[in-house]
Ligand binder design. Structure first.
Ligand code: SF4
Length: 316
């Protein structure tokens, strides 16, 4: 029963950049500051699927049901008929995308290689779907993926992504991402926890930017300049920028309208949502951080953002 519950949620995913989510297994180990508030671990703790925890080194990972594994084959049939995984007619004119593993990391070395082989087989059996593999273990990808077979195939349907939360991870992992063959290489800068100089890197096709959302533990701050800077840098390096959400704990300068580009300001009608720093006044403390309250709890409604940040592009 519990299993059904998450599968149903997965099928009607609200993630704006994908059409379906497939979890081949459940379980992982925290390895990055980006993992600190891992919602998948919290979900696993809550449900204790099969009576066990699946988090940490040595904890068994849990493969999902055979019925779940058959779903992408149905999605493939839908794709052949020009339909989305849920059987609906797409409003966009692109190939359907499947986000793989929201409750695990496909390059987790604690997950059996045999499961990964089954997953690669499934990806090969579903050429009508674009598979988005997003990992915090990009260093394992070149060894674990069938990159040599796939790189030679015209039907290559894997988009490979690395999660990067700060400059240290960018310097360590982006060269590994770029060195791994993939049809599309993308970076998920979510949760964005520190500034990153993206202009050091070439070869990123897509840059997804997002603040952390509160899921149990209070979200860490997302200073909006991280989005502004990343947007500008993405344009400079030729990556398609996609601002996914500003998160649940949004911070900005009280004079943000004057920072950098002069026309970057919070739209009319949102001023009442800005709580000025109690210790300061706009004129005396120019640049003081203020908390920005948005109605959407994850800050994921672009209608609440400054117009310049409403950017959701995909690689071509
Ligand atoms: S890699 Fe992803 S799934 Fe694994 S612990 Fe970190 S945030 Fe959670």
């Amino acid at each position: 029963m519990e299993m059904r519950r998450y599968q149903d949620v997965a099928e009607s995913t609200a993630i704006a950049w994908t059409d379906a989510t497939f979890n081949p297994w459940i379980g992982c180990t925290k390895i990055s500051p980006g993992c600190d508030h891992c919602y998948a671990e919290a979900l696993d703790k809550r449900h204790r699927w099969q009576g066990a925890s699946h988090w940490g080194v040595g904890a068994p990972r849990m493969r999902t049901s055979a019925a779940n594994w058959r779903k992408p084959l149905t999605w493939q049939k839908h794709a052949e008929n020009g339909l989305l995984p849920d059987g609906k007619t797409p409003r966009h004119g692109r190939r359907p995308r499947v986000f793989c593993a929201s409750l695990a990391d496909v390059f987790d070395n604690q997950a059996p290689d045999e499961w990964r082989r089954d997953l690669w087989d499934l990806i090969e059996l579903t050429p009508g779907l674009d598979w988005l593999l997003l990992t915090k273990r990009i260093g394992n990808a070149v060894r674990m993926l069938r990159t040599h077979d796939w790189a030679a195939s015209t039907r290559w349907n894997v988009w490979l992504g690395a999660t990067i939360v700060n400059q240290e991870e960018a310097d360590r992992d982006i060269p590994k991402l770029i060195a791994t063959p993939a049809r599309v290489r993308f970076v998920s800068y979510e949760p964005a926890l520190g500034p990153v100089d993206w202009t050091r890197f070439k070869g990123i096709d897509w840059l997804i930017i997002g603040g952390e959302s509160t899921q149990g533990a209070k979200a860490r701050e997302f200073p909006v300049y991280l989005a502004r800077n990343s947007l500008r840098a993405a344009r400079r390096i030729g990556a398609a920028p996609f601002i996914k959400q500003l998160g649940s704990n949004v911070i900005d300068r009280n004079d943000a309208g004057f920072e950098g580009d002069g026309d970057d300001y919070w739209p009319a009608g949102t001023a009442d949502k800005v709580e000025h720093n109690p210790s300061g006044y706009l004129e005396e403390h120019q640049g003081a951080p203020v908390r920005v309250h948005l109605h959407d709890r994850a800050g994921a409604d672009p209608a609440e953002w400054p117009e310049r940040l409403r950017v959701r592009e995909f690689p071509v």
